[in-house]
Write a protein that binds this ligand. Structure first.
Ligand code: ATP
Ligand code: MG
Length: 261
């Protein structure tokens, strides 16, 4: 049965989508069966895999709001990777969900029938703590927090960890915090080094901070324009190595979480 992981951070631009995309790229190379769920109306995950959003008849929106089965919106994007795509319609789902019964449970119910078909289900959240993100957190076994190495992102992570504790209390007691992943690390700046040191020191013993740090490189911006992941686009680049290392650490952490749960 698939391990479901939400990639969440209410701050914009912390590399949620980049992390989901490139993790999926390496998992595909390893032959793991992956379902990606694009829960962001910006649809960056969908677009980054080269899917033409204007050609989509039904998307995650119809799943969240209507009676459409998730299975019916899935498009294969790699040999082992399927995608449940989004488009801009999803931006009104947040408002429409407010009046629904069990409005936080829509995604959990939608994923249940197809969970056995995958090893990992990765959910890319929008940059907010609204009902779409809450649906992801209610459905997930674990949450991974991509954090760009800048000061405001660090402040935001503390807020997010408080919110996650409330989600564990009220919505999903089994939700594990897989860890904080430092991203967009620019080793040339003292600021990035200080933020990295501070996040490790502050969260020490409470929340895992991944050993792997994703470095800042323009290759991450270029790859999705070609509809490629970093390991496909520049296989021998340090950015690709970062994601191979992250994937190993991710798999180890998921295994530990699975045993603990
Ligand atoms: N390691 C990196 N090096 C350079 N650029 C990066 C890196 N990671 C992400 N980016 C770029 O930063 C921008 C934001 O990344 P991304 O879209 O993954 O963040 P996000 O958290 O999903 O954003 P949003 O909150 O808007 O959904 C993108 O242009 C992306 O290409
Ligand atoms: Mg995103």
């Amino acid at each position: 049965m698939a391990h479901i992981v939400a990639f969440a951070n209410q701050k914009g631009g912390t590399a949620k989508t980049t992390t989901v995309t490139n993790l999926a790229g390496v998992l595909n190379e390893l032959g793991r069966r992956v379902l990606l769920v694009d829960l962001d109306p910006q649809a960056s995950l969908t677009i980054g895999f080269g899917v033409d959003v204007s050609g989509l008849r039904e998307t995650v929106y119809e799943v969240m709001i209507g009676d459409t089965a998730l299975r019916d919106v899935i498009v294969p994007v790699r040999e082992y990777v399927d995608l449940a795509p989004a488009n801009i319609n999803l931006s009104v789902a947040e408002l429409q969900l407010v009046s629904e019964i069990r409005r936080e449970d829509r995604l959990r119910h939608a994923l249940a029938p197809i969970r056995d078909a995958y090893d990992y289900i990765l959910v890319d959240c929008p940059p907010s703590l609204g009902l779409l993100t809450l649906n992801a957190l209610a459905a997930a076994d674990s949450v991974l927090i991509p954090m760009s190495c800048d000061y405001y992102a660090l402040v935001g992570v503390r807020l997010l960890l408080d919110t996650l504790r409330r989600v564990q209390e009220r919505l999903n007691p089994d939700l594990a915090v897989l860890g904080v992943l430092p991203t967009r690390y620019d080793s040339r700046t003292l600021h990035a080094k200080e933020v990295l040191e501070e996040v490790r020191a502050k969260l020490d013993g409470q929340t895992k901070v991944f050993e792997t740090v994703i470095r800042e490189t323009v290759r991450f911006k270029e790859a999705p324009i070609q509809g490629q992941t970093i390991t496909e686009y520049v296989s021998d680049h340090p950015g690709a190595d970062d994601f191979r290392r992250l994937t190993q650490e991710f798999l180890d952490e998921c295994e530990e979480t699975r045993i603990a749960q």
